[in-house]
Design a protein around this ligand. Structure first.
Ligand SMILES: [Ca+2]
Ligand SMILES: [Ca+2]
Length: 308
């Protein structure tokens, strides 16, 4: 009996370990990983980036198991009439298609659709695949659905923050997890990064949290931040394109901190986004300026099951 229990427990642990995040729900043993279908179409550049920000890659049929898995995902979600972007592309050198993982197209078990490739207008550097596994070269500026793929690796551990991203740390004073991004991005790209990671741009819900964010910024010296604009970081505050109508990105009022909030005086005509300076003061910032930023997530936000 004990042997049966031991085997059952071991199996349970093995199955439980095959977890990534709630939006990559089904472990596929044939590809030893997870697929996520993105229904909202995007240009190739954004598709690649979103997969990367989710901790995955834009999927390519690098081998027969991946081809089979991709065909199943496309058939289940797109049907036979439309295609999805592949990670394989020739953006570095025209005609030299290879996957993001470096597998050349000639090594992939795929066939071209009739009359493809045609490199229409000499502007087709990305690939689209149909549910039967046939491919076509397409413009990278088309908007298409896409599939992200996460390979299971032995070092994948879900930490206290419910994520495999080791840069998220749990802060007991607020019950939230935070990640400081040293690679600077514009405010919209920062928003995208945090959302893709399963969280959101940091939202100040209390003076305590304002202090926590100030400390996180202080722990990352200007020299550690990748590029200029190192003295202000993006956080989850926005004016919704209305002068002086500053709220959090969830539409909540910003808690009055002890320090000043410099939100007055911005021009009427431009969109501004909220930031925190190194001294902890809050202020407006041009959304298009690349700055470091902080993402926040709750420990259960990536592992929570969703009820539909
Ligand atoms: Ca074509
Ligand atoms: Ca918060």
């Amino acid at each position: 009996m004990w042997l049966f229990k031991y085997i059952a427990f071991t199996l349970f642990v093995l199955i439980e370990c095959k977890k990534f995040r709630f939006d990559y729900p089904n472990y596929d043993s044939e590809v030893d990983g997870w697929f996520k279908f993105h229904r909202i179409p995007a240009v190739w550049r954004d598709a690649r980036l979103r997969c990367r920000m989710e901790g995955a890659v834009l999927a390519s049929p690098n081998d027969f198991p991946l081809l089979g898995g991709l065909k199943r995902v496309i058939a289940d979600n797109v049907g036979t009439s439309r295609g999805v972007y592949l990670g394989a592309n020739a953006r570095f050198s025209k005609g030299d298609f290879s996957s993001i993982a470096g597998v050349p197209l000639a090594r992939m078990p795929v066939d071209w659709l009739p009359n493809e490739p045609d490199n229409l207008d000499n502007n087709e550097e990305c690939l689209m695949m149909m549910s039967n596994g046939s491919i076509a070269d397409v413009s990278c500026s088309r908007v298409l659905p896409y599939v992200c793929y996460k390979k299971s690796t032995p070092d994948m551990l879900i930490n206290d923050c419910g994520t495999t991203d080791k840069e998220y740390n749990l802060e007991p004073r607020t019950g939230s997890c935070y990640k400081f991004h040293r690679v600077s991005r514009t405010w919209p790209r920062a928003y995208m990064a945090c959302t893709a990671e399963g969280g959101h741009l940091a939202i100040i819900n209390s003076q305590q949290e304002a202090l926590v964010l100030k400390e996180i910024f202080a722990n990352n010296s200007p020299a550690q931040v990748s590029i200029n604009s190192r003295e202000t970081m993006h956080i989850g505050i926005h004016n919704w394109n209305e002068r002086a109508d500053w709220t959090t990105i969830n539409g909540e009022p910003i808690p009055e901190p002890e320090h000043h909030v410099y939100f007055q005086g911005q021009p009427d005509t431009e969109e501004f986004c909220g930031g925190m300076m190194r001294d902890g003061e809050l202020g407006y910032s041009w959304c298009g300026v690349i700055r470091p930023f902080v993402c926040e997530m709750k420990p259960d936000s990536l592992q929570q099951e969703i009820n539909k």
